[in-house]
Each structure stands twice: as structure tokens, then as C-alpha cells.
Design a protein around this ligand. Sequence first.
Ligand SMILES: [Zn+2]
Length: 159
Amino acid sequence: MRTQRQVVDYSLQKRALLRDVLSGRVGTYEVCDASPYLKNAARFHGEPTDRRCPICRRENLTLVHYIYGDELKQSAGQARTPTELPVLAMTFREFQVYVVEVCRACDWNHLVEQFLLGRDGLIDEPVAEAAAAVGSSTSGSSATGVGAPATKRRREARR
Ligand SMILES: [Zn+2]
């Protein structure tokens, strides 16, 4: 997704946990504890994958995308389908997405990754132009920098 940023990958934690399960240090009942809410979210808003459940190997994993952020108001904390996310990303400035993988057979679940979406991701230097327009320069530095020229060109072309 175009505005995706600040991605945090939890695959290392997942692998460590799976090692503990395989070695018997952690019981499967401890990791196969998907709540009814999570299972419903997987059923109605989930994204199917072709990856087998690492615990039971009976079913493919389903990804559930949860959205969080003040701007979302009552939608915060809800699950959204992958097709809804780009629309939301153009509607809101910034919100957090948590991706959880779920096995609908054995209830295994684990956080896969989190990232930010939203219109703010389209602009790498949000203040630079605005500041120039009003004659102040409160923020001249860009934290990311990468891809800024291309993003700026896109913005100017759209105006
Ligand atoms: Zn399973």
C-alpha cells in the first residue's frame, strides 16, 4: 500500500514462540487461544492465505487487520478487509494497523506486523510547502527523506 510506513515485523517473535511450543516449553493451549471476537473477525473480515497453520497444519491461516487511531472514532479497534484499507488510507491522515494471523481450526493466533496508513504518508515534507506559503519555517527537516522528490512531484502535478 502506498501510504504504508513504520512497519514493525513480528516474525522473529513468532518463530521464537513456535520453537518454544515445539520443544514443549509452551503449551499449545497457551497459544491457541483466539477469542470468539477474533474468530468472527477472521470469518467476516479476514484475508485468506496459502500458508498452513504452524501448529495443527490442518487449515490455512487467515489474516485479520485491526485498525486503531483517534481519527477513526467508533471504528477504532475494528477489523477491516484488505480492500477497505486503501480507502481508509485516503480518508484519514494516520491510523495504526495490526495484522494478526489466525487458524480457524485450532485457534492459533499471533501478531504478524503493525504499520501506519493514512494520507500523511503521501507527503514526506508536510510542513515545508505550507511553511513557505505562510512565511514561517517551523519544521524544515524531513525525518524520512527517502522518496521525497517523487512524492513532491506527484503532489504538485495533482494541484
Ligand atoms: Zn491450526
